[in-house]
Design a protein around this ligand. Structure first.
Ligand code: 5MM
Length: 336
């Protein structure tokens, strides 16, 4: 088994998932503003260190995606953040894209940037302890979107990124996110997500990426948030499985979903059903940002010194999602 495949299996073993704590400073500032905490370097570190040192990290969180600022920070106990994560039994990872910018030749669509100088940055992150990386391509659904240009350009960038990451002995997380914003139906989401994922794999294969050494981070199949009808959780799970079964090559060892604006419970319940009906060989787990941090952030904002209380809230969410990754979650477990 390759070294990269071992890393994937370690991150996703026994229902473990990924904590996406890679919000750029702009996004983290928005998150902190919603709970009225000033977005200083110190506060961003304090919240993140609180989560990274929680006991739930050891049994539930196989990997943490960091942002450039965080991977270079020193904790209150004077260790570097990646060392803290490793000591908790998890693996440190890093977001390496530099954000989604306006895509020339297309209206209202984005292309993710960050390939220039990437090889050098990867070497630096590897030295800082990163074992895996993340790059997110973002697509919206409308009458004309995602356009062929956006599907092609983002797939190409994801493949060039993945190939460079594997050259540096790290696992690339490949994240093509079809957004849930809009009035599209679930079947439109199904169709567009399938097209986007298939194109990503065409490019990954063209660029000789070892598919056994990647993690795919897709969206679930949902109706747009402005669509008149919501589909049931059972339908979400079945459509998501159908889409991935037909679009993802069987060599891929693991899939870790993004939550994409679903509520915490919805993201957990859908993951549980996906695993209940999983008729594939893929490990199906989570790589949640908001759906792992929302309640903890709200609790923490009331008293940023209440480390223990905040960790309790986070541990609960991590445990619920790890149970869901093994189809062992039920609503009753949420109480108490
Ligand atoms: C944690 O948020 C990441 C976005 O950061 P920026 O937009 O600031 O670059 C994002 O890529 C995240 O990893 C995924 O979308 C998953 O997060 P959610 O909240 O959708 O589970």
């Amino acid at each position: 088994m390759s070294e990269l495949n071992n890393i994937v299996l370690k991150i996703l073993e026994n229902g473990k998932g990924i904590l996406a704590a890679d919000e750029s400073t702009g996004t983290m500032t928005k998150r902190l503003e919603t709970v009225k905490v000033p977005s200083t370097k110190e506060n961003r570190l304090l919240f993140r260190e609180t989560l990274f040192s929680a006991s739930g990290m050891t049994n539930c969180i196989g990997g943490v995606i960091l942002y450039d600022e965080t991977i270079k920070q020193e904790t209150s106990k004077k260790s570097m953040v990646p060392e803290l994560i490793s000591n908790m039994g998890s693996l440190p990872g890093i977001k390496v894209d530099t954000g989604a910018k306006a895509l020339a030749g297309s209206d209202n669509e984005k292309i993710t940037e960050g390939l220039d100088g990437l090889r050098e940055r990867l070497k630096e992150y590897y030295k800082l302890g990163a074992k895996f990386t993340k790059w997110r391509g973002v697509y919206n659904i409308s009458k004309t979107c995602p356009s062929k240009i956006s599907i092609h350009a983002n797939a190409h960038a994801l493949a060039r990124y993945s190939s460079l990451v594997q050259e540096c002995n790290m696992v690339p997380i490949v994240e093509p996110e079809v957004l849930m914003e809009g009035d599209h139906s679930a079947s439109e989401c199904y169709e567009k997500t399938s097209e986007v994922i298939q194109k990503c794999f065409d490019e990954l294969i063209l660029h000789k990426v070892d598919l056994k050494g990647i993690i795919l981070k897709p969206n679930m199949i949902l109706a747009g948030n402005k669509h008149k009808d919501k589909i049931s959780n059972e339908e979400v799970a079945k459509l998501t499985l159908k889409c991935l079964k037909s679009s993802v090559p069987s060599e891929v060892p693991g899939i870790a979903f993004l939550s994409g604006g679903q509520s915490e419970i919805e993201a957990t319940e859908n993951l549980n059903l996906i695993n209940k009906y999983n008729n594939t060989d893929f490990i199906m787990s989570y790589s949640y940002g908001r759906a792992l941090q929302q309640s903890a952030l709200k609790f923490w904002s009331k008293d940023i010194k209440d480390i223990e209380g905040t960790q309790k809230v986070f541990n609960h969410r991590a445990k619920m999602n790890t149970l869901a990754a093994q189809a062992k979650w039920s609503k009753e477990l949420e109480i108490g």
